[in-house]
Ligand binder design. Structure first.
Ligand code: ADP
Ligand code: 5GP
Length: 214
């Protein structure tokens, strides 16, 4: 195995390609400048699927774990998929100013714990927030430098079929998610990039290009 010599450290600015290679090759290596990336798109469009694949390629990317009042879906793990908490506990977090952003979605509350995101960014990590539209708008106000990406479905029919095939939401929850999807898709142009998740591999490549473009 050949070991390439380290890049000269005579510049403070890492080129995007260096950053990408560093993340791909050294899963535990931390990139030098922290960065916040917002990842939004209608429920069922494939955000979780895309992020799982992305993190498989770039294990150094951090995914923020949100708090929610929603009940766990089959297979979801507390502290890993979400922090599943009561409405009272959520409201206490809001009052204590512990959330970076929060919103109500399809009858449940969702929010990003501030402390862990701040620590990760300060440590130089790239942190992804997978959040809905209202939360993304709040982050745009507080962190105007955050990169904002929106995932689009190839069609509404395909979106509905993905939510149903996932088979983890009750009928009324599916209905509320589809109604909300129309509002979210309408706002897609507010985001820096729109990534259509038709073919998964194509979407993944688009996502990689967007994240590492500068
Ligand atoms: P989200 O996190 O946006 O709610 P998921 O990642 O849970 O969405 O995906 C919803 C469903 O769609 C899952 O069953 C997933 O396997 C499927 N899916 C995701 N991406 C694609 C794709 N490109 N083509 C077909 N099905 C997909
Ligand atoms: P789900 O119930 O399908 O896991 O998530 C529903 C919606 O809530 C998705 O659009 C998801 O991106 C969003 N969401 C998850 N966590 C957060 C969060 O911390 N804040 C906000 N604003 N939305 C979130």
């Amino acid at each position: 195995m050949t070991v390439s010599s380290p890049a000269p450290l005579d510049t403070l600015t890492l080129e995007a390609e260096d950053e990408r290679q560093m993340m791909a090759q050294a899963g535990h290596h931390t990139p030098r400048r922290g960065r916040l990336i917002v990842f939004t798109g209608p429920s069922g469009v494939g955000k979780g699927t895309l992020l799982r694949s992305l993190r498989h390629r770039y294990p150094a990317l951090k995914l923020s774990v949100s708090a929610t009042t929603r009940s766990p879906r089959p297979g979801e793990v507390d502290g890993q998929d979400y922090f599943f908490i009561s409405r009272d506990a959520f409201e206490a977090m809001v009052e204590q100013g512990e959330l970076l952003e929060w919103a109500e979605f399809a009858g449940n509350l969702y929010g990003t714990p501030k402390a862990s995101v701040r620590q990760d960014i300060e440590a130089g990590h790239w942190v992804i927030l997978e959040i809905e539209l209202e939360g993304a708008r709040q982050v745009r106000e507080t962190f105007p430098d955050a990169m904002q990406l929106f995932v689009m479905p190839p069609s509404l029919e395909e979106l509905e079929s993905r939510i149903r095939l996932r088979g983890k939401d009750a009928d009324d929850a599916i209905e509320r998610r589809l109604q909300r999807a129309l509002v979210e898709i309408d706002a897609a142009s507010e985001f820096d990039e729109q990534i259509v998740n038709d073919d998964l591999e194509v979407a993944l490549q688009h996502l990689e290009r967007a994240i590492f473009k500068d």
